[in-house]
Design a protein around this ligand. Structure first.
Ligand code: MG
Length: 433
């Protein structure tokens, strides 16, 4: 055992461990375990009734165990006596095939067998709201063009710097913080890393932002479109593929400095975008961010079409500089493990099939999109995306049939629950028909 958690607890003065896992909807579940009991938990995992969370398990299933990955041990910066741990979920002596972290690790192993390693960075946009989530927290934050507003940023100095200081202390390489394009919206950036490291940090960042905002009497939400008319919260992912120290996406001779392999990877994400949307845009609310009408600030910054470009933010994929691309489709509701897994699955498929991403479009897609006759549209709602997801052989082959079935079942359930609501708009529009 490389890291003995019981010993580490003594060295770091940890009194408790928070053994966590993520269910399919990205909800973090946990048991708070005293340091005195961690040795057994490290070996056998913390027990859970899997049915009680979003995993499509049955109440008749045996105990599910979250076996912590000691490499992820992170003392909570706001409660340093507690050590956070990410876990893989197991049942009946084997990993649960549709456990989100298990799925990502399987994809990473598949890439490693080809000598490939995906690195990624994520940009987690979020709103700071009132505790009930109904309004942004700062009534003075009402500019029509609020992006990079220094006064609105500095009015949230205590929260933002507590989060940034935490990331610095954890060695994430935090390097900038800003007010984003919607009133009440912020973004904080840290260095890219291996896909699994980034996914674990993404999970932790959301947990930390919510916890620290709450301690300041606020609420941090990653909801994709909490306020109609304002820009939504995306989760842009910057992707590159490596062999050792060599970035395989970089090629000085390639268009925009991206290699053939890089374009095949992009081709895979383009070919499977509609099915990927069910994972990258996983909620009913997600579709109010993409395909949205122009916002108060003048642009949604979210894609409407399955297209790619150079350093141009009106497309699904942007190539900002040589050696990497930015996938702009995902939003704040995305499950961090499934985000990385879905992109890697699609990218590997593109590489395997040498998928051509088609022509690059160097136009403003928001104003001139109508001039492109055959640009594929993104799904217009969760139901559209789920139908594409269900019909996707990539999903079943790469992310697993077990995952495909469980995710579709739970997400169709969510759609049906939403569709069963009679809205005020519906009544107003139909009452006098
Ligand atoms: Mg942003």
């Amino acid at each position: 055992m490389a890291i003995d958690l019981a010993e580490t607890a003594k060295e770091l003065g940890l009194k408790y461990f928070l053994i966590t896992y993520l269910d399919l909807f990205g909800v973090q579940r946990a048991k708070l375990v005293p340091a005195a009991a961690i040795a057994g938990m490290q070996k056998n995992g913390a027990g859970f009734a899997g049915f009680a969370t979003w995993l499509d398990l049955s109440p008749a299933d045996p105990d599910m165990f979250a076996i912590p990955d000691p490499a992820t041990l992170t003392p909570l910066p706001w409660k340093p006596e507690v050590g956070w741990l990410a876990s893989d979920i197991w049942m009946a002596g084997k990993p649960v095939g549709h456990g989100p972290r298990v799925i990502l690790k399987t994809l990473i192993a598949r890439a490693a067998a080809l000598g490939l390693q995906m690195k990624s960075g994520v940009e987690c946009e979020f709103f700071l709201t009132t505790p009930d989530g109904m309004a942004i927290s700062d009534p003075h934050d009402n500019a029509a063009k609020p992006c990079y507003d220094s006064n609105a940023l500095m009015r949230r100095y205590e929260v933002i710097t507590e989060l940034c200081d935490a990331m610095l202390s954890l060695g994430w390489g935090a390097y900038q913080n800003d007010h984003e394009d919607a009133n009440g919206q912020f973004e904080m950036n840290w260095n890219y890393d291996d896909a699994l490291v980034t996914a674990d940090r993404h999970v932790f960042f959301k947990f930390m932002a919510k916890s620290i905002a709450e301690a300041h009497g606020l609420r941090a939400t990653f909801m994709p479109k909490p306020f109609l008319g304002l820009t939504g919260s995306g989760c842009h992912a910057h992707i590159s593929l490596w062999r050792g120290n060599e970035n395989l996406f970089a090629d000085e001779a390639g268009p925009l400095g991206v290699s053939k392999l890089g374009y095949h990877f992009i081709g895979g994400t383009i070919a499977h975008a509609d099915a990927l949307a069910a994972v990258l845009n996983p909620t009913v609310n997600s579709y109010k961010r993409i395909n949205a009408p122009r916002t108060l600030s003048g642009a949604t910054w979210a894609p409407n079409t399955v297209t790619y470009s150079g350093n141009n933010r009106t497309h699904m994929i942007r190539i900002p500089e040589p050696g990497r691309f930015e996938m702009r489709l995902a939003d704040g509701a995305v499950n961090p493990y499934l985000l990385q897994a879905a992109l890697l699955a699609a990218g590997l498929d593109g590489i395997g099939k040498q998928t051509d991403p088609g022509p690059r479009l160097d136009i403003n897609m928001y104003t001139d999109g109508h001039t492109v006759k055959d640009a594929k549209r993104l799904p217009l709602n969760l139901l559209d995306a789920l139908r594409a997801f269900e019909g996707s052989s990539l999903v079943k082959e790469s992310l697993g049939a077990e995952f495909a079935a469980a995710y579709a079942k739970l997400k169709y359930g969510e759609w049906h629950e939403y569709a069963a609501h009679l809205s005020a708009w519906e009544r107003q529009a139909t009452l006098d028909c």
